[in-house]
Write a protein that binds this ligand. Structure first.
Ligand SMILES: Nc1ncnc2c1ncn2[C@@H]1O[C@H](COP(=O)(O)OP(=O)(O)OP(=O)(O)O)[C@@H](O)[C@H]1O
Ligand SMILES: [Mg+2]
Length: 253
């Protein structure tokens, strides 16, 4: 039987967050950063998370990526709980299945662009020659084929962020998570990063979750999730998302 949009929308999500709560404690003061957040993300979706400063966006992104644990609730990747994994398994899962991009690029200053991009592969035991080849392809895919040997100090902010994106995608992550990736860039470089993200979604079916204050990032996303005071107040899966889930070929060609 031919599958319908409804069927596609009801199929299992790639990532499922269920009733996530997180309370931070500073001395005697408790601050509820997340107060029951549930979110399903499907393969190939480009989701922007927005909201005022302090509303819990980074906290949520860290929990979705296994960088932090919720107090209650659960995050599942491809049907498997990641919130309850032990530290070692969570580290492996982050390295193999998640890619992270932050406002600050966190490149290692003494290593060249290519050596920086090779780090996750080498940590995962990929041999040098193969890691180098994969890193070259990743750098080429972000338009950095002519700066393989530059160290971070010899790169512009936009170039450094592109290297950081190459490092984030080099393990072919299930999900790319970005926290204010354009926050430190001028509008031209910010635009270039957004375009790069769109290309990854369109050509590699990359699933992408971006926390952002940048309206142009949110406008480029398929779906905008708005957070306030630790709760989702709006989740607008746009028509593009529905088309994409229902008819991926039509959307991508
Ligand atoms: N380690 C921490 N200890 C105590 N409180 C924290 C900690 N981290 C975050 N918070 C608090 O939790 C709330 C949510 O923080 P979070 O960093 O998730 O906000 P955000 O939405 O990402 O803000 P911004 O847009 O400014 O980055 C804030 O009130 C913050 O002060
Ligand atoms: Mg933040």
């Amino acid at each position: 039987m031919k599958s319908t949009i409804q069927d596609a929308l009801q199929s299992s999500p790639l990532l499922r967050a269920s009733e996530i709560t997180k309370i931070y404690h500073s001395g005697t003061v408790s601050h509820p950063a997340l107060r029951g957040v549930s979110l399903d993300v499907r393969k190939g979706e480009f989701v922007a998370i927005t909201g005022p400063s302090g509303c819990g966006k980074s906290t949520l992104l860290h929990i979705l990526g296994g960088l932090d644990r919720p107090d209650t609730g659960d995050v599942q990747l491809e049907g498997q709980s990641i919130s309850n994994l032990d530290d070692y398994s969570q580290t492996l899962l982050r390295r193999r299945r998640m890619g992270f991009v932050f406002q600050k690029v966190h490149l290692l200053p003494m290593l060249t662009a290519i050596d920086n991009v090779m780090v996750p592969l080498r940590l995962d035991g990929v041999d040098f020659a193969k890691a180098r080849q994969i890193a070259i392809e990743a750098l080429d895919s972000v338009g950095m084929s002519n700066k393989h040997s530059n160290r971070p100090g010899e790169l512009s902010g936009g170039e450094a962020q592109r290297v950081a994106i190459a490092r984030a995608i080099v393990m072919s992550p299930a999900i790319l998570l970005a926290d204010e990736p354009t926050g430190a860039l001028d509008s031209e470089n910010g635009h270039m990063v957004i375009e790069l993200f769109r290309q990854l979604v369109l050509t590699h079916d990359q699933t992408l979750i971006v926390v952002t204050h940048d309206l142009s990032v949110a406008e480029s996303a398929d779906r905008v999730v708005k957070i306030r005071d630790g709760l989702i107040i709006d989740d607008s899966a746009s028509a593009t998302t529905i088309n994409k889930v229902g008819s991926p070929q039509a959307e991508r060609t």
